[in-house]
Design a protein around this ligand. Structure first.
Ligand code: ATP
Ligand code: MG
Length: 557
């Protein structure tokens, strides 16, 4: 998509308006703030493309900042995978990756400042009491009996909290706002809690940790973030974001919300994805069935296809469910242009050409990519014994079946016209091989006498082809919204047939190019990608998508 073709959306508009108004002297700084408690998924890709994308368009910059304020769920494996995924998507952050935990000292100082202004207090209510005092959306809350402690007392108690004098949950630091506010988030929210937990970055230095709503706006402010873009759920938290920054002498960042990506037939919460990994329901975070960026990469998705997907879905203010067929359409469109074509047979049936010399091998020229002339041609060995797809033969075919049947002639792609003469069956009556004759005059796939055939099928040489383990995928879940039913566990909807493994036969030429990550099209059966576990001795490929584009079809209607 060129710059002119990119749809205008409200975030672009806000930034453009700020620049013309001279806000922050035209400076644009966004951030992508993942919590390192899991691998990134396609929903994060939407946020990444938006944050890094708009900043780049307006000559701005983007920080990668780990929002690591929850010591218990975070770790270094996630920090590393997140950086790898952002880079793979083609984005560069400004300077070193940043961590919210770097700012714990500053955040503590800001909390003391609020206390000294009489805008924060230490509260002794327990968690259940806090809930009861909070009221309901229709009834105001009740002031805490600890709300009117003196500033000196609050400073001392908060220092004691920090020094580890209390147990988890014994005290909180709360912002003093308004227990009658119609916005529940403004009813004296806790801004610090006690948690005696080891943090993967700060170790045992802290036993109090800032709450998200207090921490996030300060992280933005400390870094000088101009446009803090987050998902719609945070809209109701914005007054608190604003309150914290308005009450402290610090840079005034602003928060803007957009609708998160929801994708059909999958789940997107890291907590749920973690369950699939921990319960061995998939083979890991990068299992090609996962909606994670690492899973999509292993599946064969390209960064370009993810960019075009994110651009196509756009940025709006209303939640919706995106059809997974659109994502598949985007990768097909890209791979159609760049993926070399290869012949491979997923379900081999042997063909013997009875009038072809026993030991003859012909090197047939095959076009690498009809969409890209510069991709050139390659040689494919043609021999007396071949494999074709079992589904390309029918013993007793209906009239409209344009593939092989007894007495029928079809084109073997790039090679010859073959006519099926006979079949060989085993004791159970299943077909073990078919016998054909070829017309030597039709080399290259055309008959000099001008006769036509309706069907063209793919093939490989029986003894020159290579075996390969091929993984074919179906949706991970059987229903469009696996987590839409509150009564049921989303795992009940896992598709038991989401992975099918077949022993395929592929063109020998693949041996020399099939490095992990290599992508190609198997003629007629889809786009495939070489798996990281593949070795020259044992090729393993994953099917990215089949060829049939259900999205393009629905768009034409
Ligand atoms: P999850 O619910 O999967 O754990 P999260 O929002 O807790 O997601 P974070 O690591 O906090 O995950 O998210 C980092 C950024 O990515 C946030 O700015 C968040 O708004 C954004 N993000 C997360 N999920 C989506 C989504 N489905 N669509 C768009 N943006 C998302
Ligand atoms: Mg989160």
């Amino acid at each position: 998509m060129t710059e002119e073709e990119k749809p205008q959306h409200f975030i672009r508009q806000i930034i453009a308006d700020d620049i013309s108004a001279g806000t922050h002297g035209g400076r644009v700084l966004t951030r992508f703030p993942p919590e390192p408690n899991g691998y990134l998924h396609i929903g994060h890709a939407k946020s990444i493309c938006l944050n890094f994308g708009v900043a780049k368009e307006f000559n701005g910059r983007t920080n990668l900042r780990f929002d690591d304020t929850n010591p218990e769920t975070e770790n270094v494996e996630y920090v590393e995978s997140i950086q790898e995924d952002v880079k793979w998507l083609g984005f560069e952050w400004e300077g070193e990756a940043l961590f919210a935990s770097q700012y714990f000292d500053q955040m503590y100082g800001f909390a003391i400042d609020l206390i000294q202004q009489g805008k924060a207090y230490v509260c002794d209510l327990s968690l259940s009491e806090l809930k009861a005092y909070r009221g309901t959306p229709t009834e105001p809350g009740t002031n805490s009996p600890y709300r009117d402690r003196t500033i000196e007392e609050n400073v001392t108690l908060f220092e004691n909290m920090k020094n580890g004098d209390y147990l988890d949950g014994e005290k909180t630091l709360r912002a003093k706002i308004d227990m009658a506010s119609p916005n529940m988030h403004m009813r004296d929210p806790a801004i610090y809690r006690i948690k005696h937990a080891h943090h993967y970055k700060t170790g045992d230095k802290w036993c109090i940790y800032p709450m998200y709503d207090y921490a996030h706006c300060l992280e933005d402010s400390i870094e000088g973030v101009t446009h803090s873009i987050c998902t719609l759920e945070f809209e109701v938290h914005r007054p608190l974001y604003d309150w914290v920054l308005d009450n402290l002498e610090t840079f005034r960042s602003r928060q803007y919300e957009f609708a998160r990506l929801n994708l059909g037939y999958t789940v997107m919460s890291k907590r749920k994805l973690l369950q699939l990994v921990e319960e061995n329901l998939v083979k890991g975070w990068d299992d090609p069935r996962m909606p994670t960026i690492s899973g999509l990469r292993r599946r064969g998705y390209t960064p370009e296809s993810i960019h075009s997907f994110c651009e196509t879905i756009g940025v709006t203010k209303y939640n919706s469910l995106t059809d997974i067929a659109l994502l598949e359409h985007c990768v097909r469109s890209h791979l159609n242009k760049v993926a070399p074509r290869v012949m491979a047979v997923l379900d081999p049936l042997k063909v013997v050409i009875t009038n072809y010399p026993e030991d003859q091998v012909e090197e047939i020229d095959a076009v690498n990519n009809p969409e890209d002339e510069s991709a050139g041609t390659r040689k494919v060995p043609f021999t007396r014994e071949l494999f074709i797809e079992r589904s390309d033969f029918m013993e007793d075919p209906p009239r409209k079946f344009f593939r092989l049947g007894i007495g029928r002639e079809v084109r073997f792609r790039w090679a010859y016209f073959l006519t099926c003469q006979d079949v060989v069956k085993d004791a159970d009556g299943s077909i073990t091989e078919i016998h054909c004759t070829y017309d030597p005059e039709t080399r290259g796939g055309d008959a000099p006498d001008g006769r036509k055939v309706k069907g063209t099928i793919h093939w490989v040489s029986a003894d020159k082809s290579l075996p390969a383990e091929v993984h074919l995928y179906d949706r991970l879940f059987t229903v469009e919204k696996p987590d839409g039913d509150k009564e049921k566990d989303f795992k009940e909807f896992l598709n038991p047939n989401s992975l099918q493994t077949v022993e395929a036969r592929i063109e020998p030429h693949l041996a020399s190019v099939a490095e992990p990550g290599y992508r190609c099209q198997f003629e007629r059966t889809g786009y495939f990608c070489v798996d990281p576990d593949s070795t020259p001795g044992k090729l393993v490929l994953n099917r990215t998508v089949p060829l049939r584009d259900s999205w393009a079809k629905t768009q034409k209607k």
